[in-house]
Write a protein that binds this ligand. Sequence first.
Ligand SMILES: *Cc1c(COP(=O)(O)O)cnc(C)c1O
Length: 399
Amino acid sequence: MDTKAVIELERKYILQTYVRPELVLEKGDGVYLFDTDGNRYLDFVSGLSVNALGYNVGMVQEAMTAQAGRLIHVSNLYHTVPAPQLAEMLCERSFADRAFFCNSGTESWEAALKFARKWAYKTFPEKPKYKFVAMKNSFHGRTYGSVSSTGQPKYHKGFEPILPGISFADFNDLESVEKLVDAETAAVILEPLQAEGGIHLAQPDFLRGLRQLCDEMKMLLVFDEIQSGLGRTGALFCYQHYDVEPDMMTLAKALAGGLPIGATLMRQAVADAVEPGDHAATFGAHPVSCAVAIEVFKQLSDPAFIAGVKAKGEYLYARLGEVRDRHPEVVAEIRGKGLIAGAVLKDVAAGDVVGAFRERGMLVCMAGPDVVRFLPPLVIGKGHIDEVVAALDEILNGS
Ligand SMILES: *Cc1c(COP(=O)(O)O)cnc(C)c1O
């Protein structure tokens, strides 16, 4: 099928919830993607932080076909082999004691909200404690609980009323959280690195202050590491850059090498409040996703691999910093950590820059209207970073 026919079919039959460029991606290999016209693209999006190991990864395909040959699905009415093995690995390498598996980021966040409320209900039976303090500018997904806790009014518009009991503090402003917290607050919920909201990293004092506040007020601290987790920031989990641990944390994107999966990790105190029948997901703990995730996690959690991400991240910042210094009139700031970076632009639309990259055979994406987001596969080389930085320079010279 040719490119034009695919796009016409899409425009006719697919619900138009995305604006996509005029190309159809057909295959991938390593850090490159290829479209139906045979054009090659250096990928600095990695399927929105999903394809951390790149494309056409033999180990992913082997794990997938081996498990598919044994068993694809039986539901959670029965034990299966891969899920508990994956849960053990995630718990041993994090703060957590237990894992719940589902199929996407938003679903893992919905589960976290439900478990937090159930924990509060069981722990404080005599008084209502159900509120959440979330952050402005956050992003937690598009289902109702997740979108209700997303602190960006544009995502609520037309869908109100949203879930009650959620208020929004200023990110990195402890006082603004303290003002919103009361005896009915069950949890403070946030991304330690706001990704979609423009690449904002939490300050150490802010997270430390939140941990202390949550302990004092008997609230849970819940982190969304759906995008920042699993090596992306140069640590296995973003919270490990800080001496602060959450009580619950969500993972998804990179966990199963491109297959759908979500995980909600929690301490035993939260797990104790959840009983059989409280929550479920027919496809959750999917044997194929979990079997692939076991192999992907071995790689992503390898200390040498993470050290490599950290080093490449430092290189990326140094090089992007040079671009900022050369173009102070259009680049306001470079933000991020590890291999998630945002170039904050002024007087130039990020969408135009994304388009100019595409014309040069490179894919990058946006994080809001004025931020160009760089999210390469973690297996990228320094030479690829040089290519993208040179292209950015060239694009900004022309703007
Ligand atoms: C992508 C993302 C989500 C939503 O994940 P989906 O799989 O798209 O539902 C939630 N939180 C963060 C931080 C994300 O980056």
